[in-house]
Design a protein around this ligand. Structure first.
Ligand code: HEM
Length: 297
């Protein structure tokens, strides 16, 4: 595998590979023999990867169909129909910052899962390397664009939301810088670790919407306020990236699924995550993402 390819050999893939290797060793089965637990785990990982890509891809399409399209049409004021105060004609720096973060954010959502596909990496290593470079650059711009917006306009949820999102943006810039810095210094183990952290951060923005979709569908918006200052909102400004980073850290430090019971737990957890994400995706596509995309077609 190429060096850049290795750099973005990300979480789900690594988890699957390590768990499959371990499970084969633990069960002591003869090589080539069936291991139902490992096969089930592999399919559970594939299902989750598919759901993540389809769902984040729809979110990326929505960003292009709504935010980017309105900017191109000269009607950026329409952004405020999604969230008040996103566009403010008197603050061009904030508008440029958030606009930049829309374009690069959509790119990140489409490119991230591409980097996970072993087949793509092996067949076109050069393509994979270039996508990796663009991915790191887009992460920096998405983080910086969001930070400029917060500095100029603040956030709808006030200081707590600004703190949560400000930290998120700063972490994304740091993770992107570290990913490229260690690659250039040829410290590939450290480079890979930072690439995993970066991926965990970039899908946070999509997870944020998923979490809200699920909460609305399953808990009827308890704790959510329209100004995003309710108790649920205050937890959410950190909850969409801190758990991902913890999971990334477990993977970086060699977390393994050992034995049959752990495999079964892994399959159940991944299956439940896929089901919940499908519910969230259904809700968001129906209510928010679908109409602008349909209008474009
Ligand atoms: C994959 C990366 C990202 C994507 C796809 C993304 C997408 C979006 C979208 C679509 C919105 C508009 C609101 C909505 O329709 O839900 C938004 C708002 C926002 N994003 Fe991001 N974003 C990303 C990364 C970031 C980062 C790293 C930061 C941190 C600095 C950030 C900070 C913000 C802020 C502050 C708002 C406006 C919230 C408000 O109006 O108060 N985003 N983002």
């Amino acid at each position: 595998m190429s060096e850049a390819g290795r750099s973005l050999d990300l979480s789900l893939h690594s988890l699957r590979e390590t768990s499959l290797r371990k499970s084969g060793r633990k069960s002591g089965r003869k090589s080539g023999g069936p291991d139902r637990g490992a096969v089930a785990l592999r399919w559970a990982v594939r299902l989750l990867a598919c759901v993540v890509w389809v769902s984040s891809g729809i979110f990326g399409l929505y960003i292009l169909a709504f935010y980017v399209r309105n900017a191109v049409d000269g009607t950026p004021g329409a952004w405020n129909r999604a969230l008040p105060h996103l566009y403010d004609a008197s603050r061009p720096a904030g508008n440029i910052g958030i606009g930049l973060h829309f374009v690069t954010g959509a790119l990140l959502l489409v490119m991230g899962p591409l980097q996970l596909m072993g087949g793509v990496r092996r067949a076109w290593p050069g393509f994979h390397r270039w996508v990796g470079r663009v991915y790191v650059g887009a992460s920096m711009l998405a983080g910086l664009g969001g930070l400029i917006f917060i500095a100029v306009q603040g956030t709808i949820g006030g200081p707590v939301m600004s703190l949560g999102f400000g930290l998120y943006g700063a972490l994304m810039v740091v993770a992107a810088a570290q990913t490229i810095r260690h690659a250039m210094a040829r410290r590939f183990e450290t480079h890979r670790a930072w690439a995993i952290r970066l991926f965990a951060l970039t899908i946070g923005s999509w997870l944020y919407r998923m979490d809200y979709g699920l909460w609305v569908a399953l808990a009827n918006e308890v704790g959510h306020a329209h100004d995003f200052r309710g108790p649920f909102d205050r937890i959410m400004v950190f909850f969409f990236y801190v758990p991902n980073l913890l999971l990334a850290e477990i993977i970086v430090r060699g977390g393994r699924l050992r034995g049959k019971a752990a495999q079964a737990f892994g399959v159940a957890t991944l299956g439940a995550a896929s089901a919940l994400l499908l519910i969230g995706t259904y809700y968001f596509t129906l209510r928010h993402w679908g109409p602008p995309i349909a209008a474009l077609i």
